[in-house]
Design a protein around this ligand. Structure first.
Ligand code: BG6
Length: 509
C-alpha cells in the first residue's frame, strides 16, 4: 500500500533510546538485520543504542547478535551481513533525565557523521515508556541535537523522531505530550508508531477495498449488518505485568490497534495515496465514532479479567497472580463493546470491537457480515437455516480473506450449506511477508508517514477510549476475575455479541 508515495531512504544514524530493552531485542534489531539482508537498508546506515545499562560497543553488538539469532524471521543468520551491520553499531550509556550523557551522545553523533558520511541525518527512535519521552526531547534539544531541524527545513538533511505506543495515557496526557513535541518538531518529523499498520494484511485492507470494484458497492449500511474487529490473544501479559497493570487492554490494544483497523475498513476512499489524504479519511471516521458515555458504558461495554485456569493442558496463573500485577488489581484484560459510526455510509450499522488476553484462540480479524437474502426462495424452505454472507479479513495468523456463502450440497435433494471461499496468503504468495517493523523502519528512513498515526487521529481515538475509562471510574469494577483462560471472555460480553455476532469466525460459541 502507498508504494507510489514512498521516497528512497538515505543513509543516516538511527539512535535507539531503550537500546537494552525488549523492543530493541525482539523487533528492532531483527528488523534492521532483515532490511540489510534484503539490501533495503541504505548503505552505511549507523545505529547508536542509548540506554541505562553499562556496556561497551562490543557487548552491545554481541547482545543484539544473540537477539537477531533468536528472533529474526529468517534463519540461519547470514554472518557476513550481520557482521557488516554490527561494525556500524555503537552504544552510549546514560540516564534519560539528563547529565553528561546527552552532550556526549551529541558529540559522538557528529563524529560518526564525519566517519561514515551520514550527513547529519538522524532518526531518534524512542523505545521507552511514555513518561520519559518529554525529558529525552528536552535534553536532546538542549544539547542541539534537534537543532538540525532548521537545516532539514532547507532540505539538506533529515531529522525524524519515532514514538512508540502508548502515546499518552488518556486524552489529556496525549494532548500534553503532543504539545511538548510540537514545540520541538514539525508534524512530518513525527512518527507515531502503531505496528499493526505495518502488517501486510493490514496494508491489504485498502488494496482489497480500492483496487477492486466489487466490494465498494456493498460496503455500506444498505448491505452490511455489522462490522466487527477482533484482536484476540491466547497469551497472558508475558512478563509485562508492571506495564500492563497500569494500562489495561482498552489503552494497550483497543485505543490504537483496534481503532486503526476499524478506520481502514470503514473510511471513505482517500483523495490520493498521500499520507495526509489517507489520514484525513481515517480521522473523519474517528470523528463520527459514537462516544460511549454514562449509562451507555454499562449497556454497551463489557470488561473482563482472566482468572486461573488450564490452557492446552497447562495450568496458567490468574492475571492477579502474574508478576508485577497488584493482587487486587481491577485492570481489565478483556474489553468488548458495541458502538456506531454516525456518518452517511454507516448509519445504524453496529460496530463490535473486541480485544482480550488469554482467550480461546489467537486471532486478529475484521468481519463484515452482510444482510440476509430475502426469505422468499431458498430461505423460505423448511429445514434451511442460511447464515448471512460474511467477508472475513484474517489479519493474523493464517492470513487471508474468506467469504461465506450458501451452496447446494451435491445430490438429488435440494439441500443447502454454508461454504467458505478462501484466499490464503501463505499459498498464494510463497515468499514470507516482512515483519511490520521492517516496513515501518524503512518508511521512517524514507520519510513516508502514511502508515503512522497523525496527532488528530491519536487524540480522537483517546477521546473515544477516555469516555469509557471515565465511565468505568464512576462505577465499582465488576467482580474480577470473571472469565477463565481459554474462553471467549466474560459472560457479560455475550449480551451484545449474541445479537448476531460471535467474536470470531473460528471461535463461534
Ligand atoms: C502490543 C501490545 O502493542 O501489541 C501487546 O502492547 C500485544 O500487549 C501486542 O500483545 C500484539 O502484537 P502482535 O503483533 O503480536 O499482534
Amino acid at each position: 500500500m502507498f508504494e507510489l508515495e514512498r521516497h528512497k531512504p538515505e543513509r543516516g544514524i538511527v539512535v535507539i533510546f531503550g537500546a537494552s530493552g525488549d523492543l530493541t531485542r525482539r523487533k528492532l534489531a531483527p528488523a534492521l538485520y532483515n532490511l540489510a539482508r534484503q539490501n533495503l537498508l541504505p548503505d552505511g546506515t549507523v545505529v547508536v543504542g542509548y540506554g541505562r545499562t553499562e556496556m561497551t560497543d562490543e557487548v552491545f553488538r554481541n547482545r543484539l547478535g544473540e537477539s537477531v539469532s533468536t528472533f529474526s524471521r529468517t534463519q540461519p543468520i547470514e554472518s557476513d551481513i550481520w557482521n557488516a551491520l554490527a561494525r556500524r553499531m555503537f552504544y552510549q550509556r546514560g540516564s534519560y533525565d539528563g547529565g553528561d550523557a546527552y552532550p556526549a551522545l551529541h558529540r559522538r553523533l557528529l563524529e560518526l557523521d564525519e566517519r561514515f558520511g551520514t550527513g547529519g541525518n538522524r532518526i531518534f527512535y524512542l523505545a521507552v515508556p511514555p513518561g520519559v519521552v518529554p525529558a529525552i526531547l528536552r535534553n536532546l534539544s538542549s544539547v542541539g541535537s534537534l537543532e538540525r531541524r532548521r537545516r532539514c527545513d532547507e532540505g539538506t538533511c533529515y531529522l525524524r523522531v519515532v514514538f512508540e505506543k502508548p502515546f499518552g495515557h488518556d486524552l489529556e496526557s496525549a494532548r500534553r505530550l503532543s504539545n511538548e513535541i510540537d514545540r520541538l518538531l514539525e508534524e512530518p518529523q513525527i512518527f507515531r508508531m502503531d505496528h499493526y499498520l505495518g502488517k501486510e494484511t493490514v496494508q491489504n485492507i485498502s488494496v482489497l477495498r480500492f483496487a477492486n470494484s466489487i466490494f465498494e458497492h456493498v460496503w455500506h449500511s444498505a448491505s452490511v449488518r455489522y462490522v466487527r474487529v477482533t484482536v484476540a490473544e491466547t497469551l497472558g501479559v508475558e512478563g509485562r505485568g508492571g506495564y500492563f497493570d497500569s494500562t489495561g487492554i482498552l489503552r494497550d490494544i483497543l485505543q490504537n490497534h483496534v481503532l486503526q483497523l476499524l478506520t481502514l475498513v470503514t473510511m471513505e476512499p482517500p483523495a490520493s495515496l498521500s499520507a495526509d489524504a489517507i489520514r484525513d479519511e481515517k480521522a473523519k471516521v474517528l470523528r463520527c465514532l459514537r462516544p460511549l458515555e454514562g449509562e451507555e458504558v454499562v449497556r454497551s461495554v463489557a470488561r473482563g479479567q482472566y482468572g486461573r485456569g488450564v490452557v492446552d493442558g497447562v495450568e496458567v496463573p490468574a492475571y492477579r497472580e502474574e508478576e508485577g500485577v497488584d493482587p487486587n488489581s481491577a485492570t481489565e484484560t478483556f474489553v468488548g463493546l458495541r458502538t456506531y459510526i454516525d456518518n452517511w455510509r454507516w448509519a445504524g450499522v453496529p460496530v463490535y470491537l473486541c480485544a482480550g488476553k488469554r482467550l480461546a484462540q489467537a486471532l486478529t480479524e475484521v468481519s463484515i457480515e452482510f444482510k440476509e437474502a430475502p426469505r422468499v426462495l431458498f430461505g423460505a424452505m423448511e429445514g434451511v437455516e442460511l447464515k448471512p454472507n460474511r467477508l472475513t479479513l484474517r489479519i493474523q495468523p493464517d492470513e487471508g480473506v474468506s467469504l461465506r456463502f450458501a451452496s447446494k450440497v451435491p445430490g438429488l435433494k435440494m439441500e443447502l450449506r454454508d461454504v467458505e471461499m478462501d484466499f490464503p496468503y501463505g499459498s498464494a504468495f510463497p515468499a514470507a511477508s516482512p515483519e511490520a517493523y521492517e516496513r515501518l523502519l524503512l518508511d521512517v528512513m524514507g520519510g513516508n508517514s502514511a502508515l503512522f498515526a497523525r496527532r488528530d487521529e491519536v487524540e480522537l481515538a483517546w477521546q473515544f477510549a477516555t469516555s469509557i475509562l471515565e465511565g468505568w471510574q464512576k462505577r465499582p469494577p465488576p467482580e474480577f476475575p470473571n472469565y477463565a483462560p481459554g474462553t471467549w471472555g466474560p459472560v457479560s460480553a455475550e449480551r451484545f455479541f449474541a445479537e448476531g455476532a460471535s467474536y470470531a469466525d473460528a471461535g463461534d460459541r
